[in-house]
Structures are given as C-alpha cells and as structure tokens.
Design a protein around this ligand. Structure first.
Ligand code: ATP
Ligand code: MG
Length: 246
C-alpha cells in the first residue's frame, strides 16, 4: 500500500510509510492499540540504529534462515503489527523455508484473528494456523497461553517478531528454538531468544527470505555450522553499543 500524502523524496519516507501502514492496520481492525504504542517504541530504536540493518543483525538474519531451513517443524508467528507491515513478505518467507504461519495474538480476539487470516489470504497465504487454539503454553494465563497444538505447540523452531517478553520467555522454557525480531536489544523478548534479530521487521523479513533462498542448496553440515557459530550475547551487545555510542 502506498500513501499519496508522503512524497518519495521525503528523507524519512520508509518510516512514515510504516507508520501509515500501522494506522491502516488499526483502522481495519487487524492491529491493536497496543500495537500502535509498540510501533512508536520501535521507531525510536530504529532512529538510533540509523534506520539500517547493522552487520550483526544481517548475520543474525542468515542464522535465523538456517535455523528455519533445518527445522523439522518451523512456525512463523504473526501478530497485528506483522500483518499490517509485512503480509506478503511473511508469506514469501514461509514459502522459502517450508514454515507454517500461525496467527498468535497477545490481545486475542476471535474477530481480529479472523481478519488477520483473511488479510494474509489476500496476500497469498493458504492453510493459516491459529484458529483452533487447542494447545497451551505452560506458565501463562488462559488467553495468553493459547496456541494451535499442531502449530506453535508442536514447533521446534518459532519466529516471533515483536513478541511480548513474558510469552517469549515462556516459549523459550518450552524448549523451542526462538528467533525474535525486536528493535530493542534490552527487551526481555530479545534477551530470551536463541537468535535475537535487532532490526526493523520491514527489513528483517525480506533479508531472511533472501538468505533462505541462497542457502536452499546448503547441506545439513553447512547449516549446522552457520547455526553453531552464532552467539546471541555478542549480537545483543553489538546492537546496544550501536544505539548508545554511534
Ligand atoms: P519486554 O521487556 O517485556 O519485552 P517491551 O517494552 O519490549 O517489554 P513489547 O510488547 O515486547 O514490550 O514491545 C514491543 C517491542 O517491539 C518493542 O521492543 C519495540 O522496539 C519492538 N518493535 C516495534 N515495532 C517494530 C518493528 N517494526 N520491527 C522490530 N521491532 C519492533
Ligand atoms: Mg519486548
């Protein structure tokens, strides 16, 4: 979607376009009001990162792609911000990595799930999980704990962009390999991830797809060595240094 009011020559075109998409997501009932606030926090961190993908995030995106490719049952979790910002891009990543898509909301309402599923279908997705909600994440209250038993419930690797800190920690304690996209390296979500990707969703998802495509012919040993060489603490401290010092 483009916005007629934002000229492409505007120095912060991408940022304004993102804001516009989130606003449209709220208007259409796919993004929550909390999602608007999260967007504002994300923008502040992105500004401090120079609104670009830093090298350590690029590496994390490649590692995350390798994790998805070698997983038995990878799932991409989609919330209202992801649906508003990168609907087509998430479908492409699912195709490039053989992942399932599950709609999973912090502020869960059946209506919003339904609208997001429909929105993703319009962008090419089929077979979207999240409506059955017959599985539970241990340690969370009822509504927040709901997942599909054959989706996130059965996944070995889960991509959770912009996940709430509590849920990110609970998923990690279930033994799942968690890949988190979050612009705040100090957020508990980023801290609990096996692979924290400190980058804007709108850059991170297409980058992961590109990496997945170029790793499509890699054998198991190569994927293992990419995954094993990664240190989440180094990635987080590099991002934090960029925000504080440069
Ligand atoms: P916690 O420490 O519990 O994780 P929090 O303040 O991070 O608390 P969240 O609900 O996880 O609470 O906040 C949403 C997170 O999403 C913020 O850290 C924000 O920086 C991040 N975020 C928002 N928009 C984007 C985006 N487009 N791309 C990547 N990250 C984003
Ligand atoms: Mg967080």
């Amino acid at each position: 979607m483009s916005s007629p009011e934002i000229p492409k020559s505007h120095p912060r075109y991408e940022s304004l376009l993102t804001r516009h998409r989130i606003e449209a997501g709220v208007d259409r009932g796919i993004t929550s009001k909390q999602g608007l606030i999260a967007q504002g926090r994300g923008e502040a961190f992105d500004y401090l990162l120079g609104e670009e993908t830093i090298d350590s995030a690029e590496e994390a995106e490649r590692v995350a792609a390798a994790h998805l490719l070698r997983a038995d049952h990878p799932v991409l979790s989609v919330n209202g911000n992801v649906a508003a910002l990168t609907p087509r891009e998430i479908v492409e990543l699912a195709e490039a990595t053989g992942s399932d898509i599950e709609v999973n909301l912090f502020n869960r309402t059946e209506g919003r799930i339904e609208r997001i599923v429909e929105h993703l279908r319009e962008h090419g997705a089929s077979d979207i999980k999240g409506k059955t909600a017959d599985g539970r994440i241990p340690g969370l209250d009822h509504e927040r704990a709901k997942v599909d038993a054959d989706g996130i419930g059965a996944a070995d690797v889960v991509l959770v962009p912009l996940e709430d800190g509590d849920r990110a920690e609970a998923l990690a304690s279930m033994g799942k390999t968690e890949l988190v996209i979050d612009l705040n390296p100090m957020s508990r979500s980023a801290q609990s991830a096996a692979v924290p990707i400190v980058d804007n969703l709108i850059r991170a998802i297409p980058n992961m797809t590109e990496h997945a495509r170029s790793l499509a012919d890699a054998d198991g040993d190569e994927l293992d060595s990419i995954v094993d060489s990664f240190d989440p603490k180094t990635a987080l401290s590099d991002a934090e240094r960029r925000i504080r010092e440069e």
